[in-house]
Design a protein. Sequence first.
Length: 106
Amino acid sequence: MAKIPKNLSDTAMFGDYKENITFENDNFADEVTTIQPNRGIKKESQSYTSEFFTPELQEKVGKALLELKVKLYNEGILDFDIKVTTQDKQIILTGVPSKAEKKKAR
């Protein structure tokens, strides 16, 4: 068996090889593609949430929720829901054990 030479360029390796054009390897540049609209969250619903939660506020709330999660973990509560209540000018987020966690405790 002959040795295969190393460090050849692409043209040297393939030489005069011509590929037969089939539907699998043909370039379909003449086809027109249409851009699909984004089917995610509507911009209207994004605007009111992003209006209240600036990146700085998101970071503060995220840190507070992480502290809450650690406190609940130290108490042995792994699964919990966050209850949101408002009182006067305050919004209160409370960690409440989930229903599955309550059943285990009984």
